[in-house]
Structure formats: C-alpha cells, structure tokens
Design a protein around this ligand. Sequence first.
Ligand SMILES: [Zn+2]
Length: 461
Amino acid sequence: MKDRLFCVAFTGLLALATAARAEITVLIGHNENGAPTPSFDFRRVPHPAKTGTMGKFTIVDGKMDDASGGLGKLNDGRMPTEEDQPDENFFFNADTPGGRLRLDLNQVKTIKQINTYSWHPGTRGPQVYKLYAATGAAAGFNAAPKHGTDPAACGWTMIASVDTRSKDSEPGGQYGVSISDSAGAVGDYRYLLFDCSATETDDGFGNTFYSEISVLGPEEVAPAGAPSGDANPVESKPYVARTPDGKYEITFDTSRATNMAEWTTNKLAPALLEWYPKIVAYLPGDGYEAPKQFRVILRPGNGVADTSGNRVNAYVPWMKREMNGEAIGSLVHECVHVVQHYDSHPQNPHPARNPGYLVEGIADYYRWFKFEPQSKGAEISKRGLARANYDRSYRVTANFLNWVSEKYDQDLVPQLNAAMREGNYSTNLWTKNTGKTIQELNAEWKDALKKKVEGSAAGGG
Ligand SMILES: [Zn+2]
C-alpha cells in the first residue's frame, strides 16, 4: 500500500491580514487492485469510524444510480466486503458528471478530521471532489448550491480539493483520504458539501463508489505521534485477529513500533484474545454488550498504557522494557477498562460519579487475582501495611476487593461493576452485599492483613 501526503495552504483574505494560516493536510492511501485489506488498512490514513458518523446526507445536485445502496451507506460505519459491491456503496448515476452531496451534522461541531473511503476495481475506485464547509449562519447562505453556483460565494468555505488518481498506477482498488489541519481542528461547522466529479469521461462509468465518509471530532482522533518514517509498509500492516469464540475482533497496530511486531503477534495477541471474552463474561450487565472490536496501538510516549473508548494505547519504551515482565498484565488491565465502558449511561440521565480508585481497583483486581494470581503482584508487604487503605487504588484496592470477595461475597466485583456502568454506584452497595459498611470492612481487612504479615513472619521464623 502507498500513501501520499499533500500539504495545501489556503490563505484567505482574513488570514492575509493577520498572517495566520490554516494548513490543510490531505493524506491519500491506496491499496492497489487485487491487494485489498479487510478493514481498509492504510499506512497513514486512519480506518473508517466503525461507529459511523451522526448526521444526514442529502443530494444537493445530481442523481443517484439506482443500483447504489443509497445515501445511508455513507455514514453507517460499514464497509463493503468485495471490490464490486454496488449496494454497499453510494454513487451517482452512470453517464452523469457526478454531483453534490451535503452532510448535515445537525449542529455546529468542531471537526478534526474528514476521512473518505472508496473501493472498485476500475475507474470507479479513485476519488475526485472538492470539499466545502459552512456553519449555516453566514448572510446569504445557500444550503443547496447547485452545479454552476460557486459555494464559496454563498456562505461556504473551501476546505480541500481531492484527487486520488495517480499517473503511475492503474485506477482501481481501495482508496482512503484523510483531511485534517496541521494546526488543530479543520474548524467549527454544521454542514459539509462534497462536490464530486467523475474520474473519467471515456465512458459513462466514472462515478466513484463511495463506501464511507467519517467526520471526526477532537475526542475521536488519536493524538498525532511521530511519523512512521521509513518503516516497511508491509510490516506496519496491523494484525487483526478474532477471539477463539469468534465473537470479538482485536486490531494490533505496531506501525510505529515495528520492532515489537513479533512479540505483539506471538505473545501479546494470544493472551488478550484468550482473556478478553473471559473479562466480558465476568463483568456482565443487563442488556449490556461489550465492544465487539477494539484496537491496541503500540505508540511512542511516556507512561504505561491508557484506554479511551475502543482504543488502547500502549507506550513503547515501557512495553519494550517489560516485554517479559509486566507488559501483558498491564494490557489485560486495559482490556478490563474496555469492558467496563463506564462513560455511557444510556438509561440514566443523572449518573453517579464512579470513584477513580474503584475503576482502577477493579481493573487491577481482575489482572492480579484472575489473570495472574500466581504472580502475587497485589500482595501487601509489612512495609506497605501502614499505608494500606481501601481507596489507595490499583493493587491496594484490588487486594481489598479480593479480601471482601473471599470473605463475604464472590459476586461483589461483578455487582459493583454493573452498578458503576449504569451510573448507580453508591457506598450502600457494600452494606447491601456484606452487611458491613465500607469503613468496617476496611478495618477488618487491615486487621487481617496485619495478622497475615505477622503470621508469615513468625512462620518463616
Ligand atoms: Zn487503568
């Protein structure tokens, strides 16, 4: 696969006056005909947003081809699975020069990235379009400028001109385009207008098979890291694998850590594929479905790992140092965060705040007492005893959870988790499940820890 980078500077009148300059970047990814990838993997163009894009597409000018799957295909998050699948794409009618599509995001939003994807073995593969954006608030705004009307003259801002055709390769294959602004966001807009052209006029079949258009806000775009430089594009292809039960898919991206690709495929992936379904089974919820897909990205940076939604970031320097140590366990901990999924409370408009020590404590409880109990990583030493308290987070809270579970209620952690996921956590839950307040449990636990430490010291004589 090949990617090309275009930096296009647009200098508006205002920008001239203030010397400020928005620099739009257009990245193009191409998997040549006959070499497709199942999830539209490109080296630098991100994957399509699996969740789709909120908003509504409308044809402003032109006519849809009746064989097309319709406008809904553009933002449903689903991709065609074959190279010539008319009903999984949107395209304008044969023998027409293209047309104009408007996306209404329903409200003004900060747009960080606009990604467009297409797939066809012939001239309906490449993409040729101009992109405009508008808030809708400009005086004289025309929401539906037809062919022949310059959008820039009726309230629209020109964002980019895209042409993925290449002189040195045959047209056809999978194409991905990613439009962003090097300085930050593309802008705050409600409407996007795609002025699409046919890719050729030799015959009537030059209208692009558009598979998906993803519009991403700041929280949906991963922070930019170091460019992959001269990394071998073949090695940088993500490793996509399914869990043994076939239910879940994990993508492992080592494009910025190619020297960890082997460890990732041979050591990390088998462990997470085995354990993710177990975590899902251990932390159920009424009507709750854990994410079916998520990504683990090995990336440069400081720290250990973090999780945001369906994206797990694993930071290379630490992971590399801990390859044969704590790396895999730390990512099992992150998988628990993927399953916890505490950020959404669909049934609960006024969710209670989840204590951070418990969020981390549950993840570490699973890691240390279910995944790798033999490592005894959450034992509390004589020195740690003085500082032990139920709310010290991570391993200490994990140890507390384990003690209360064993003594009072083996189902405690799944129950706490389910309440937290629904935004219904309260300290009363401890009393309800054990008959003791959390403070009483804390005191008992510390007592038991003390006895254990003293006992083992005496026993070891
Ligand atoms: Zn964590």
